[in-house]
Design a binder for this molecule. Sequence first.
Ligand code: NCD
Length: 306
Amino acid sequence: MRHLMSPLDFSVEELDKLLDIAQDIEANPAKYAHACEGKKLATLFYEPSTRTRLSHEAAMLNLGGSVMGFASADSSSASKGESVADTIRVISCYADICAMRHPKEGAPMVAAQHSSIPVINAGDGGHQHPTQTLTDLLTIKSLKGRLNNMTIGLCGDLKFGRTVHSLINALVRYEGIRFILISPEELRLPEYVRHDVLDRNNVPYEEVVRLEDALPELDILYMTRVQKERFFNEEDYVRMKDFYILDKQKMKLAPEDMYVLHPLPRVNEISVEVDDDPRAAYFHQAQCGVYVRMALILTLLDIHVD
Ligand code: NCD
């Protein structure tokens, strides 16, 4: 049985295959409409979410399956003190596959160890967010036609942003990838990612503070929200939250074929005036999230559609 804890759980070849399935789903949705009939997805969300939970549910519903779950720890037995290990043993009796989001790093891994159904890590603290990474890869591939030979700007909260950590892990496996890490000093990419992932794989990167300096060089700009919930005090958050605001003026510095991605939710880091720019790809990205999660559910349940 397979789980998805990190994007590295799939080889590059397996990832390519998964993205191919996602693209086929986009082109031929009807072919997949009954692929998961009789199957149930449980969504166990101990931390708030809109897109990640609902896109997993939409994915299962699009495949003809059904869904159940909880959207906050307060409405589950976690509030009575039940452990993740016990919860997942029980859920294994009810569902065929589950997606779990948890504020504690490693909680979905504990669940996977006690589960008899595939577990998808839907975000664990500041650690990883592999299904967002699959979404990001599909989005980049659909816009650029490739995942190699690119300069990718990652901007905002690189310290606490789990989507950034997961995306870096996944992209270093492709040829010719270079990163520009754009963040305030306090929100720099953690040493364990910079050293263990970038340096160890000899991936070129630069760290800059000003977004304007990086923009002209980018193929992809990946904007992120300052992760309020992971700050230790309110003042630091308030000081950091509007550090970057991408607006029409700054977009003039970017190449014509540079796309803007954002895992969403956005707060102030992308001005709404950018939404009409043909390079704004974040809502397209949210749509890609459904196709890729459909492909993921099929892959983890070992269901083949031809
Ligand atoms: C991201 C997350 O939860 O880490 N959201 C998402 O899943 N699309 C990004 C964020 O919350 O900033």
